[in-house]
Design a protein around this ligand. Structure first.
Ligand code: UD1
Ligand code: CA
Length: 476
């Protein structure tokens, strides 16, 4: 392991994120820290906040339950991992991480299931700690209902110094009146922490090594232990139950809407919109009620996103109009194009500038060129469509023979009449014309007409005769 650098002034700082727990109360087969709020895993939010304070190589996630899955989910961030194969408590988690963390001067402890923590608050905790020359600093919050949390017992009310942290189950009657809770986030000087950590015992209700006991241990050893309150009590909330996860999610999404509105985006009825944390939107774009914008979706300026649209990992240009009820996935929509109502882009589509995709049109892995239109009831799969092409109502690419997928190529300026079936692989040359209701099985040369439907037959008087015959039969 490479030693962290120290220029002599700034303490070498590591951030440890406790993420080994199972999350029994979620009743889930997925590890707790991979449950999502704001569209990404709890742990990913904590890492993002931590990475604003120290480089990823100085962040360590302590993992245990489903360790491989957790590691895989956040490996892309470049952080380090410590395996706590048996979860014997929050104190035990740091004992296990001793080797990774002892080369540092300062250790900040965060929780992988408390995703609302901001980099500003982590900074506040760090600066308070170094300013007070403390061995341990506890981040606290005042909660109306502190039930379930550890309580912070200060030496004197209103003073910084802390005597102990007492878990809910061990509270005395007097201590039950304390509303200042332990967030579980701390700053520690590494040296006194690891000098005294072996004094932790598992002699308590849960038979666990409580990290909280370090407050009393260090305090007894004449080391300074202080507490600082988070400016916003929300930041320390953990997601232990589905209900708590939902509360955190709502809080996060409303904050996201407020941030977007502050940046110049109009959001009608933000309470009804589900916008993931990493979504970006340009100024003067309007988001109508009941819209979902998910993943890494980016939307330009002056666009409009209609109600009930669900947009996942898409890149949407300036002045694009997405009308009501579109489902758009992993695709690119360029400037001034219009979509919907009720269009579906499956992954891998590119809709070019000024193109139109209309009612009940589905595209998959297809490119619709500049100014081209597919306005009604159409399926275009594995297609490359040039510029200024008109795709008539009910056109279908037959791109799949049950085993393989084939490409349809439609060159610039082609007119495809309504209800045509294009049986791939097939190419329709530049400027060609496909008559309505044609089944195209062979390539169409440029500028030609393809006409492939049965010739119409007229039988005069046929319908009238049929009616009269039926009438005569009834009269019998
Ligand atoms: C802990 C604190 C409590 C505080 C509360 C705030 C202790 C003993 N108590 O209680 O004072 O008010 O957080 O939310 O610390 N974890 C591990 N390895 C373990 C055990 C836990 O990584 O062996 C992780 C969990 O995954 C979780 C975090 O540590 O992310 C907290 O553990 P949890 O068991 O939820 O502690 P609480 O009972 O909530
Ligand atoms: Ca917890």
């Amino acid at each position: 392991m490479s030693k962290p650098k120290n220029d002599g002034r700034v303490p070498r700082t590591a951030i440890a994120i406790l993420a080994a727990g199972k999350g029994t109360r979620l009743k889930s087969k997925h590890p707790k820290v991979l449950h999502e709020v704001g569209g990404k895993p709890l742990l990913a939010h904590v890492i993002a906040a931590a990475a604003k304070i120290v480089p990823p190589s100085d962040i360590y996630a302590i993992i245990g339950h489903e360790a491989d899955r957790v590691r895989q989910a956040v490996a892309g961030t470049g952080i380090g991992f410590v395996l706590q194969s048996e979860q014997r408590g929050t104190g035990h988690a740091l004992m296990v991480a001793r080797q990774a963390l002892s080369p540092y001067d300062l250790i900040i402890v965060l929780y992988g299931d408390a995703p609302l923590i901001t980099s500003e608050t982590i900074e506040k905790l760090r600066d308070f700690h170094t300013g007070k020359k403390a061995a341990m600093t506890v981040l606290t919050a005042e909660l109306k209902n502190p039930t379930g949390y550890g309580r912070v017992v200060r030496k004197k009310a209103g003073k910084d110094d802390v005597l102990a942290i007492v878990e809910q189950k061990h509270l005395s009657l007097a201590q039950q009146k304390i509303h200042e809770i332990n967030s579980g986030f701390y700053a520690f000087d590494a040296q006194p922490l690891f000098q005294h950590i072996d004094q932790l015992s598992a002699n308590n209700h849960h038979g666990e090594f409580y990290l909280t006991d370090m407050a009393a241990i260090l305090s007894k050893a004449k080391q300074r232990v202080v507490a600082v309150q988070a400016s916003n009590a929300y930041e320390v909330l953990g997601g232990n139950t589905r209900a708590e996860l939902s509360e955190i999610d709502q809080h996060m999404r409303l904050a996201k809407c407020q941030q977007l509105m502050a940046d110049g985006v109009t959001i009608l009825y933000p309470q009804t919109c589900v916008i993931d944390s990493d979504v970006e939107i340009g100024t003067d774009t309007v988001i109508e009620p009941f819209v979902q914008l998910r993943g890494s979706t980016r939307i330009g300026s002056d666009a409009r996103i209609g109600s009930y649209s669900v947009i996942i990992n898409c890149e949407i240009g300036d002045q694009v109009l997405v009308q009501t009820g579109c489902v758009l996935e992993h695709s690119t929509i360029r400037a001034r194009a219009s979509m919907g109502p009720y269009s579906h882009l499956r992954p891998g589509c590119e809709i070019c500038e000024d193109a139109h995709v209309g009612n009940f049109v589905e595209l998959k892995k297809s490119r619709l060129g500049k100014g081209s239109k597919a306005n009604h009831l159409t399926y275009l799969g594995d297609s490359e469509i040039g510029e200024r092409v008109n795709v008539g109502a009910g056109t279908i690419t037959s791109n799949y023979d049950g085993v393989n997928k084939y490409k349809t190529i439609i060159e610039d300026g082609v007119f495809v009449g309504s209800d045509s079936i294009l049986i791939a692989p097939v190419r329709i040359g530049k400027g060609a014309y496909v008559a309505a209701a044609t089944t195209v099985t062979e390539d169409v040369p440029p500028d030609s007409l393809a006409l492939g439907r049965a010739r119409q037959i007229i039988k005069e008087g046929w319908a009238k005769q049929k009616r009269e015959k039926a009438k005569a039969q009834k009269a019998k």
